[in-house]
Design a protein around this ligand. Structure first.
Ligand code: PAN
Ligand code: ZN
Length: 194
């Protein structure tokens, strides 16, 4: 058996509870409220107003105890609440992996989208229960809830990939997803639809 520099992780069973979107055993968890999403929505003025008022939860992330160490495969489950700000759907911050490595998403419940941007081109994958979204190395990614219920998905990513949120603030995501009578519409990143 090879020896690794990091503390050894034992084989384990990890259970997902579809009714609560929780994992057992549980690792780190995080909640993102509107106040932590500064500069991400097209209508920053409306976001700031919501943040200083009700400050709703936009999404939460729970993880298994697999750590972010090289050669490990951490997993997390993200649940995005339904809602819009200025017509733009609730979404994750989005990030780039500084060590470009691939990632896999699996839709668990609700409906949403996986928006990816490589600096030149952006692409969108419709997500729902049972859909696998493949994120190739070098593509920044953001998730969007396009439905009226919670949208949940599993993410599995290399433990050494890292997370760079500044890249998205600097480069954007290429497109934005707004509510539309047909469901959702994608606009250029600079567009403001109300
Ligand atoms: C996901 C994301 C998760 C939250 O686990 O980290 O959906 O999105 P932000 O990290 O953009 O806030 C993932 O892609 N991990 O690599
Ligand atoms: Zn990622």
């Amino acid at each position: 058996m090879p020896s690794f520099a990091t503390p050894p992780i034992e084989p384990m069973q990890i259970r997902f509870d579809f009714s609560t979107a929780a994992v057992q055993p549980a690792g780190p968890a995080m909640t993102r409220r509107m106040s932590s999403l500064s500069g991400l929505f097209a209508r920053e003025d409306l976001r700031a107003a919501e943040a200083s008022g009700e400050d709703p939860v936009v999404y939460s992330v729970v993880s298994s105890p697999v750590p972010e160490f090289a050669r490990e495969l951490p997993q997390s489950i993200t649940t995005i609440r339904p809602g819009t700000i200025g017509g733009e759907f609730f979404m994750t911050k989005g990030h780039q992996h500084p060590d470009p490595q691939a990632e896999i998403y699996l839709g668990l419940g609700g409906v949403g989208g996986l928006l990816m941007f490589n600096g030149q081109r952006s692409t969108w994958i419709d997500m729902a229960e049972g859909v696998i979204g493949y994120i190739p190395p070098g593509w920044a990614h953001r998730s969007v809830n396009t439905g009226t219920e919670d949208y949940s998905f599993l993410a599995v990513y290399p433990g050494s990939a890292g997370h760079d949120y500044g890249w998205v603030l600097e480069h954007g995501m290429g497109q934005r997803a707004f509510s539309d009578p047909t469901g959702h519409v994608l606009t250029p990143y600079s567009a403001i639809c109300v």
